[in-house]
Design a protein around this ligand. Sequence first.
Ligand code: SAH
Length: 347
Amino acid sequence: MKADIKSWNQEELGEFLISLGEKPFRAKQIYPWLHVKHVESFEEMTDISNKLKEKLTNSCELTVLKQVKVQQSKLDGTRKYLFALADGNMIESVLMGYHHGNSVCISSQVGCRMGCKFCASTLDGRVRNLTPGEMLDQIYRIQREIGERVSHVVVMGMGEPLDNYENLLKFIQLLSDENGMNISQRNITVSTCGIVPNMRRLAEEKLQITLALSLHGATQKKRQELMPIAKKYEIHQVVEACEYYFQRTGRRITFEYSLVGGTNDGEEDARQLSRLISGMNCHVNLIPVNPIKEQNYVQPDQKSVLNFKNKLEKYGINVTIRREMGRDIEGACGQLRKRFSERQGEG
Ligand code: SAH
């Protein structure tokens, strides 16, 4: 198999070039073509000799995702991309424009094996992990297409990032590399369903990224009804791992809480939630559930969402309701890919 040139840092690229009989300084020429200019072929590297281009073509794979489809929301301009990988698998990425800049939500795996009940990404299980280059290229392709800088990245698309730990770590290092895309780690958020050992490992990596924990239930019983992974890592262990992450990094934790009508959106749920996380340096993000047709979960009405928020505020919790973006373009994780493969199947 050919080497994956986009998944290397500059030093590794240098070592590889030495192994090809080249001078290591060539890495300083080639690296920006990949990670700053986001070229789609070795041909575009104009200051590289034809001989070296040929060597690279013969020995390396250049990961470039193919845009299969893009949908733009009429409501808020959110753009949702369906990309094909070299092996034909499909992934989704989303571009959201905020006042603070362009934010891209990326996928970390093809499919997912975590089984959260309301999530479309997990319905067909996990196919494979994405490489660091495939994670990066979602951002590179989007930045090149819109012709504007992407300043924020959230790993909240398809897949469980902490189930693809090594590649995720490499991705973060490359994304925040000052010789590359140079996105501040403070502008990177990784969302996890709560794989405790890897949350603790991440706390030791000396990163400045934000960790978001998908909570969705305030008691062990409620949480495990929605999230099978909760049976493996119990709610108090997960919250303790969040406290640990804060201790080690000083980064405030985000708790994500998808509100499911009649399931976890009552006053008692709000009270239990505030008790669970009271005193923590954290922020709660409420996401009214985006119903998928495979499950009959319903979105709470606006009044209950506001009630829930007010209750948390009364208990002194920092809370926001996630602005619902791209509702009209199958915005929920994994929905677009799922619909697309179903239509292919029909056709
Ligand atoms: N595997 C990661 C990233 C998943 S997507 C994680 O579990 O955190 C990011 C967030 O969206 C998670 O909190 C996830 O539970 C939530 N989510 C997925 N599908 C949803 C839906 N249909 N409605 C509302 N939230 C959803």
